[in-house]
Design a protein. Structure first.
Length: 590
């Protein structure tokens, strides 16, 4: 893999990531020797890079403690650096707790206590909860909150918090002042977490966002207090399509501001950027948080595997998600990574081995373990990795199969979403089909790479790839279609499914189907569901039939030289067909 990182950040290629957990113990009781012992214990584990973690994650709720937290950060950096460990500072950039009712009060206070925060030592924290607001440097928190357009009231985000709006100029000014203070602590990197729009698919409707949306796109949001279904969630509405893309662009602008800010101070810092669900609509369309337009603004890009189940039962799906990070990392010339929360040594080894098979760096942590327990869990894998760095640094892919991930299809197309409040972690119209192909290739032990839209447009990897799979890639640009045709004409093979190419990259339906010549069939119509598929005498597939009723099915009229392998039961429309095109060939699943 190429390297596009500046020399000062080259260390991320050989990073063995751990978490530096801290709480009131470190803030109030640690002496210099305690910080040194902790750093030494981390280093003996094989860890050479840490990302800070702990009860002070929601940074704005502890605004009165910022001076003390900065002093703590300086001590962490000094002790870690003395043992050859890089430090990335990590915090929530926008969330502010705001309990509503006794149960939420108790939940928040209980959570903070579990993070070993002694509430009586943080009166500012309690005062913000008590007042429901805070004035900081002449700016009230409430003036920076995101607005829910359905009600015109403050938007409620996750974690029982009110999110602050990253388009708000006061928030930007105050936040970047804090970042400048963080950089002065001698950190090696920065990770600004939780920047997105809450509630999903709606916010923000603050005055700054309303004015910016109109200025940037020419469209206007619906009036405050109206849940306008002709707009929100309506992906056939051009103004709403602009809204979806605009929110994603706003997130990019934040990440760009962070990058240019520290560069403007003469610094080169590591920028880990992540998403736990980038390949579906939950975060990208829902919260305006996508990784696919951030190239150049991160030095490692990773997947956070949140739950217990993935490593035991859902590793295939996590593997698909992580392979998409490989594609982004490859384009950016940076190492990909995966964060797991294993429970013990055995689970840790399994998770570590998966990331090695995906060609990734590894970060593992467990907030329920103390330092010695976590060190014991990580030691075996990291000591082995540090002993044989040549096995894991800058791995090169050998895959000859590419599966296209279409971000614009996830953003701008929907078949089965029932509305903006029902945006799911898995969308049959986009992610399910893509993930299914990835999972089947893994089960078949067929090496493959995920390729992204720019890869296809540029023909990147065409000299290596023999097969490209387009799994219901509904939104394709003209450049992508031209590149695909060139790939097949020159001898490449393509598998294409369902409604691929029916829309352009703005989400607009195409008046003419653009792939007819390549697939050897003309588009007729699309049905909401599919009858059973049956094989023909010409079938080259080792199957008898297929039930496929959960997704739309496309009726195609095949050319005379197109071989029909499967048909739709009852009407003999082609279901799977094969066509030669130039020196290559195409298999189409309807």
């Amino acid at each position: 893999m190429q390297n596009l990182l500046p020399e000062k950040v080259m260390w991320v290629w050989d990073a063995r990531w751990g978490s530096y957990w801290f709480s009131d113990e470190e803030l109030f009781r640690f002496k210099d020797k305690d910080f040194d012992r902790k750093a030494e214990a981390l280093a003996k584990t094989g860890i050479n890079a840490v990302i800070t973690f702990g009860g002070f994650h929601f940074r704005w709720i502890f605004v009165d403690d910022w001076p003390q937290l900065l002093l703590l950060l300086k001590k962490i950096c000094k002790s870690c650096h003395s043992h050859g460990i890089k430090v990335v500072e990590h915090h929530s950039a926008s969330g502010v707790f705001h309990p509503q009712g006794a149960k939420e009060w108790e939940h928040i206070l209980s959570s903070v206590r579990q993070d070993e925060i002694e509430l009586d030592r943080h009166p500012g924290f309690l005062q913000i909860l008590n007042d429901g607001d805070k004035e900081y440097k002449g700016v009230k928190f409430s003036s920076m909150r995101q607005i829910d357009p359905r009600t015109g009231l403050f938007a409620r985000g996750g974690y029982l918090a009110f999110p602050l709006c990253h388009n708000n100029p006061d928030w930007q000014r105050l936040y970047f002042e804090h970042l400048k203070d963080i950089y002065a602590c001698d950190v090696d990197g920065i990770m600004t977490d939780d920047v997105g729009f809450w509630v999903r698919d709606y916010s923000c409707a603050c005055l700054h966002c309303r004015e910016k949306f109109k200025k940037d796109t020419g469209y206007e949001m619906p009036p405050a207090g109206l849940d306008d279904k002709e707009f929100y969630g309506n992906l056939e509405n051009r103004s709403y399509q602009a809204w979806v893309l605009w929110r994603i662009e706003c997130h990019k602008e934040h990440q760009e501001r962070v990058f240019t800010h520290f560069r403007g101070l003469g610094l080169e810092l590591a920028r880990p950027i992540y998403n736990s669900s980038n390949t579906n609509s939950y975060a990208s369309r829902g919260m305006g948080v996508s990784l696919d337009n951030l190239e150049g603004y991160y030095s490692t890009v990773f997947t956070e595997v949140n739950a217990v189940e993935p490593q035991a039962h859902c590793w295939l799906r996590i593997g698909a998600e992580s392979k998409q990070r490989n594609a982004l990392a490859s384009r950016a010339g940076v190492p990909p990574m995966c964060l797991f929360y294993p429970h013990n040594k055995e689970e840790n080894l399994f998770c570590w081995a998966m990331t090695k098979s995906w060609g990734q760096r590894y970060w593992a942590t467990n907030w329920k373990q103390n330092l010695s327990e976590e060190a014991e869990m990580l030691r075996q894998a990291f000591n082995f990795e540090s002993s044989y760095p040549q096995l894991y640094t800058r791995p090169e892919t050998l895959a000859e199969v590419g599966v296209l991930y279409s971000a614009h299809t996830v953003w701008l197309h929907s078949d089965n979403d029932e509305g903006p409040d029902c945006i799911r972690m898995s969308d049959p119209a986009s992610t399910d089909c893509w993930a299914g192909w990835c999972e089947m290739l893994m089960l078949a032990n067929i090496p493959f790479d995920v390729i992204v839209e720019k890869d296809l447009e540029e023909g990147r990897g065409f000299e290596r790839l023999r097969l490209i799979i387009l799994p219901n890639t509904v939104c394709l640009s003209d450049k992508q279609i031209d590149a695909l045709k060139m790939f097949v004409r020159n001898g490449g093979r393509v598998i294409i499914s369902h409604q691929s190419g029916m829309k352009d990259d703005t989400g607009a339906w195409r008046e003419e189907y653009p792939l007819s010549e390549m697939i050897g069939a003309d588009y007729d119509k699309t049905l909401d569901s599919s009858p059973e598929w049956t094989t023909t005498d010409d079938c080259k597939l080792d199957i008898k039939g297929c039930r496929h009723t959960g997704a739309p099915v496309v009726h195609f009229v095949p050319d005379h030289d197109t071989a029909i392998w499967m048909e739709l039961k009852g009407d003999s429309w082609p279901a799977v067909f094969y066509h030669k095109f130039g020196k290559g060939s195409v298999i189409t699943f309807v």
